[in-house]
Design a protein. Structure first.
Length: 57
């Protein structure tokens, strides 16, 4: 298998610059959100059967 490297130079959707880009991991972003709203679910997991689980951190 041969891999080809391409450089993307155009975008058909402009960047969303309305909010700041955070230089944090997904886990850190979840921890920040959970500490800001401790009574709300931090993450909802949905499985193919349609069941779900709420995760509080």
């Amino acid at each position: 298998m041969t891999r080809q490297h391409a450089s993307l130079t155009h975008s058909y959707s402009p960047a969303d610059k309305t909010r700041e880009v955070l230089a944090v991991s997904t886990g850190e972003a979840l921890r920040r959100a959970a500490s800001a709203e401790p009574r709300r679910a931090a993450l909802v997991e949905v499985v193919p059967e349609g069941a779900y689980a709420l995760h509080f951190y």
